[in-house]
Design a protein around this ligand. Sequence first.
Ligand code: CAP
Ligand code: MG
Length: 409
Amino acid sequence: MDSYLHLGEPVDPDKYVVCKYRVTTDLPMEKAAEAIAAEQSTGTWTGISTLDNDVFTRLGARVIDISGDEIVVEFPTEDFSIEVGAVPQILSVIAGNLFGLGSLKGVRLEDVTFPKEILDQFKGPKFGAQGIRKALDRPEKPLVGTIVKPKIGLDPKKTAQYVYEAGSGGLTNSKDDETLVDQAFCPIEDRTVAVAEALDRLESEGHRMMHAINVSTRGDRIVELAEKVQSWGARELMVDVITCGFGAVQALAEDPSIKVPIHVHRTMHGAFTKDPLHGVAMLPLTKLTRMCGGDALHIGTLGVGKMTGSSKDDGNLAACLGDDVPYKVMMPVCSGGVYPGIVEAIVKKAGNDVQIQAGGGVAGHPEGVRAGAMGMSQAVDAAFAGIPKEEYAKTHRELAIALEKWGSK
Ligand code: CAP
Ligand code: MG
């Protein structure tokens, strides 16, 4: 039997799923790379009599490159399900057993690229960034949003009041927090109806806004819940992709009865994205979320906000916006410890095709939610116009108060 090592051969992204892994091991790197290629394709820990040469050659993973602690492994498309868009099976090949291999101290999936044959199995976002912008009548400026805070505890009426104040302060988006779905203190039906009324009221006053209702629930119920939430007036849905699974995003995006965009949260991702030497980087997750139909996805604050780990730009922005895949653009969402003083820094890094949102940075404003929303909106307006925030704050007091309270970067 040949080896899984094909070092120096050209990578063939048209025929193979190409993965980049970072490996920490006491083994020689070739041995470690072979162990990964074997475990994830045709092999196991020992030679086996049932593996013939034909299967090995056709389906065996191929280690194409080893540079320092980074290895490139390509998997033949034939290793993947013929079932269209089968993410669980894809993940068990590219990000499965290898993480538990005792011979490796650490292994991290850094990136993956899929050949056209697999990309074409997926539909991508139904609305995408452009669809969201169109619904909000906001063609160019960054979207600016909030997460209703406290995370849990407000009743439907208070939630709707928060949304109304946020909208009257100029925000284009708001959303449930990831831990709020359908608790007794804030039933999802009552919340959705109350928020819909607040959004209608804002619209009658000339301001368009979306609020994403969190429908994260059991796999067998999520589409049904989303349909109900939509019938109660939701203009956007939210789903926690890691806890619900990529199939949940796909089920919502591909269901013809769902006619509103899907905001994708990534709660729990830190469990495997945060360690630089072990786990899965955000980038593969971003690519898969766009493939599965997320219209907007949290990508962190590019090293500026409160969350650590993969919050610096490690390709996620490009994976949301790039035209190298046959899908609509997915709106990148910068969230986590955002306040007006860091908006300029985020826009400088991310550009204008972004949704910037703040929970504490709105609800924590000394003059309340409406003023907090005004502070955030003013910060975005200043960044969009290229006017330094300190300059803009001279004529915009809500921004000035926010800068005084939280400072800036
Ligand atoms: C932001 C947030 C989001 C984080 C998650 C929160 O609130 O609602 O869940 O953005 O970060 O609860 O922290 P604040 P990430 O604005 O009050 O920080 O998307 O990076 O995982
Ligand atoms: Mg949150």
